[in-house]
Every structure is written in C-alpha cells, then in structure tokens.
Design a protein around this ligand. Structure first.
Ligand code: ADP
Ligand code: MG
Length: 315
C-alpha cells in the first residue's frame, strides 16, 4: 500500500513580457503526472535537463506552487497544507539537493544546520538535542567534532552526508533526492549511493531519486518514471525499463548511458545511430503535433507507455 499519492500534478510558470509585463505565456514545467510511494522503496525520476524533475520535487514538498492536482498523505488531502510549518507531512517528507554547498547555510555551524529540522519538529531539551546531533553525525559517518565546523570545511561528498544527516533528523518516511551525486566525482558517487542504500535499510526510508542519467539510478531504483517536457513517457519497474523499454525516448536515454569498455565503443556507436533513426521514424506514434507526450497506457501490471498505439505484446 502506498502512503503518498500524487494525482495529475500540474505546475505552470507564467511567462511575463511585453510593454505591461503581463503574462504572455505559460511554461508547462509539470504537465499532468501521477505517482505513488510505498514504504522502503526507491523511485527514480529520470529525464534530460529542463524536463521538470526539480519542479516536481519542489512541488511535492511545497517549495513550488501547485497549479492543479492533488497530494494525499496517509489518506489525507495535504495539497494545500504543505506550507504549514509543523504539519506531519513536512516532518515526514524531506529533500536533499544536488548542490549541498548552497543548501547548507555557510554562516552556520554544522550543529545548527542539522538542528534546524529538530527544532522545528521535535521538542528536545538542549542536552537531548546535542545527543541527537552526535547520533546523526555518527550515522552518516562523520566525526563528532564536525559539529563545530562550517560547511566550507568539508569536501563535496562530506557535505552531501551532512545534507543527509539533516534530512533524516526527523525520521522522515520519504526523502526526495534531487541529483544528489551529480556534482561529485565518480568514486565518491558510488560511496554516497551505497551509503544512501544503507540508511534506507536501517530506517525503512523511501526515496524519490532524481537524475538525468539512467546509468546512475539503475542500481538504486525499484520503480522508474521517465519524464519528457513535464510528462511521463514511460513508467515501470527497473526490469521493465532496462530490459523492455518501449518508448523511443526511453530507448534514446538508455543508448546514451556511457559504457566502460573501449571494445564495445564501436558497437555502441552503431546502436546509437540505429536508435536515432528509429526515433525519427517512430516520432508520430509517441508525440502529438505539438510534441506533447500522449497519456500513459498500461501494457502490464507494472509497466505503462505513452503512445498513440502500442505494438501487440508490447515487446
Ligand atoms: N521559477 C521558474 N520560472 C519560470 N520557469 C521555470 C522556473 N523554474 C523552472 N522553470 C522552467 O521549468 C522547466 C523545468 O525546470 P526544472 O524542473 O528545473 O527541470 P529539471 O530539474 O528537470 O532540469 C524548465 O523549462 C525551466 O526553465
Ligand atoms: Mg533539476
């Protein structure tokens, strides 16, 4: 059973211009998406830059105004309640960002940064708070004396750990991780991902893991949504998406995953050219005349594809 349901979410940004600076157009950053989250699972949200991933994440936690659609949390409609500071939803849904450098206040010491959600949501005495912060630092593998330092004294990977410590301070149920490792070196990426997996098991967290790279989310995610221009082109389990991709856009993203070995390079290049030709030839079946993605249609219990018509058997 899912504990959060997002129904037909839209976030439109007005575009202003002209002599009177009036609204002349709308950016359909998020244009009708639905998802639900179950406990302990990881959900991937993948698509190229500008497709609406961050807007989705921010709209869910209440940093962005929802144009239409609804969010239900444990059966309750919380769509317009996410801005009240002390709500259970705000305690239980936290976000970490790609750029932990700018999301950690540079003028505050680590202990005050991590204490922020604790002070908002938990009623602790100063002593208890101190203990809680030490505990959190230990969980994320940081030394006790990190408390008294400032964010700039840490490396990118360490800052990401501090962001995670802050996010888990209130024992959340869902963490929205917006490109959490995109700014890190490859070797550090793996460390942070493994570490996120570990704390997931420990706390039975769910993640909404946002990435532009299908390669990065592969080992993390149980379920994946592929986004293009504010809409989902395809949703499915990890197996559905990697082993039976249907949408031409998903296939294109898969062919763009960089491979490790030089031997396969020529082969991959040929494959990419083939995928690109397929993309052009099949375009009409996957996008309408305004390049808008069709509605999703189920092809199995777990797998849905947005297409005008779906080939028999879906394979
Ligand atoms: N505050 C804003 N005002 C107007 N347009 C915005 C705003 N934030 C994002 N956008 C636009 O919305 C679209 C989706 O942006 P975003 O959610 O940041 O994409 P992603 O995270 O997938 O790169 C983009 O076209 C972006 O330019
Ligand atoms: Mg983004």
């Amino acid at each position: 059973m899912s504990f959060i349901q997002i129904n037909n979410l839209h976030v439109h940004y007005p575009v202003r211009g002209g002599f009177f600076n009036s609204v002349i157009d709308q950016v359909y950053a998020v244009d009708g998406i639905s998802m639900e989250f179950e406990k302990g699972k990881t959900y991937g949200l993948v698509g190229e830059s500008g497709c609406g991933k961050s807007t989705t994440g921010k709209a869910i936690i209440g940093l962005e105004r929802i144009t239409s659609g609804s969010i239900f949390y444990e059966g309750e409609n919380v769509t317009n309640k996410r801005r009240s500071r002390k709500s259970a939803f705000n305690r239980d849904v936290q976000m970490i960002f790609q750029d932990s450098h700018s999301s950690l206040n540079p003028r505050k010491r680590v202990k005050d940064i991590i204490a922020e959600p604790i002070r908002n949501f938990l009623k602790l005495t100063p002593k208890e708070e101190e203990r809680k912060i030490s505990e959190l630092l230990e969980i994320v593998g940081m030394p006790e004396d990190a408390k008294f330092k400032y964010p700039h004294e840490f490396s990118g990977g360490q800052k990401q750990r501090l962001g995670i410590a802050r996010a888990i301070a209130t024992n959340p149920k869902l963490i929205i991780a917006d490109e959490p490792v995109s700014a890190l070196d490859l070797s550090v990426q793996a460390q942070v991902l493994n570490f996120m997996k570990d704390i997931q098991n420990e706390f039975r967290l769910s993640y909404l893991f946002i990435s532009h790279d299908l390669g990065v989310v592969k080992h993390m995610c149980d379920h994946i949504s592929i986004m293009y221009k504010g809409r989902f082109v395809e949703i499915g389990t990890k197996y559905d998406i990697y082993n039976h991709p249907q949408h031409i856009y998903t296939k294109r993203l898969l062919s763009a995953i960089p491979g490790g070995s030089p031997i396969g390079r020529e082969k991959r290049k040929r494959e990419r050219i083939r995928v690109e030709q397929h993309y052009k030839a099949e375009h009409k079946n996957y996008f309408d005349e305004n390049d808008r993605v069709f509605d999703l249609k189920p092809i199995s219990k777990t797998h849905s594809v947005a297409a005008a018509s779906i080939s028999k058997g879906g394979k």
